[in-house]
Design a protein around this ligand. Sequence first.
Ligand SMILES: [Fe+2]
Ligand SMILES: [Fe+2]
Length: 309
Amino acid sequence: MATDIAPLTLEQIRHRKIDLPVCPDMLVRLSQVLGNSRSHVDEIVGVIQVDPTLISQILRVANSAAFGTARNILSIPQAVIRLGVDEIARIASFLLTKRLFQQGTRAWTPACEALWQHSCMTAVVARKLAGRWNPRMSDTFFTVGMLHDYAKTLLLQVAPGDYPDLDDPVAGHGEALLIWEQEHFGTSHARLGGELLTHWGLPKTLVDLVAQHHLPRADSGQAGQLFDTANRLAVHLDEAGQTLPLSPDLLRALSDLGIDKEVLAVISREAQAEMDKLDAMRRAGNVSSGAHRLVGGVDPLERSASEKA
Ligand SMILES: [Fe+2]
Ligand SMILES: [Fe+2]
């Protein structure tokens, strides 16, 4: 792997007239309270309650088909009672990372859609695997899943047309992509992503998991190995990845977590159901807030969903 090229930094990206997205304050505060094992439900609700756009989006989602009809939920405390604080925190985290993806793209291309879908699938799978290991980490793993590859949105803008196809389960992920990034930028989307999350002031647990998500397994701690397994399983569960057999390496990592083929089939089914739910949440949570940069006057995520349908 070539290493003689100076690593691309966030500062250099800025000099190329590419705006660094601004992380919603709410996501920083929500990640802090969710990452603190002593946080109470009141604190989590308190964080969500101060963002009127987020409140209205959460209520739309909570009352949408994604959670059944006629719920008539009128406030965040009511939503917490009906759906549970974990569900509300996940909806909030999903909506806030959606804002980031909307900010981070100049146009919603198929590459952006592939990245969004992979991020959602990784979030879903990471939350599931974390739930088997340490349920208190589930929300953190969900947010890490949503953000782990986020720096690819910057690299897509630095090298439009050249960046490998993110819809390709081989070229767009793993070793092949890391080699390409190292040769062209002297860095990786993981390292750059860690720098970006630090710049945003997100908690160190999130920063480390993002920055280290392509480290060799031997160099990762338990949390890092679990996230790595979730990331690679998500690539396999993505539409294009399903045509590839599970690698012996991934099978071994799953087996270390006590996941055999039968359990894997259940996880796959549940993950797909969760993805359908996120898709419904994505449509229900679409509110033009002025905080989003819209392409052609239409929410790019919303437009992409309707084009797909
Ligand atoms: Fe990655
Ligand atoms: Fe990934």
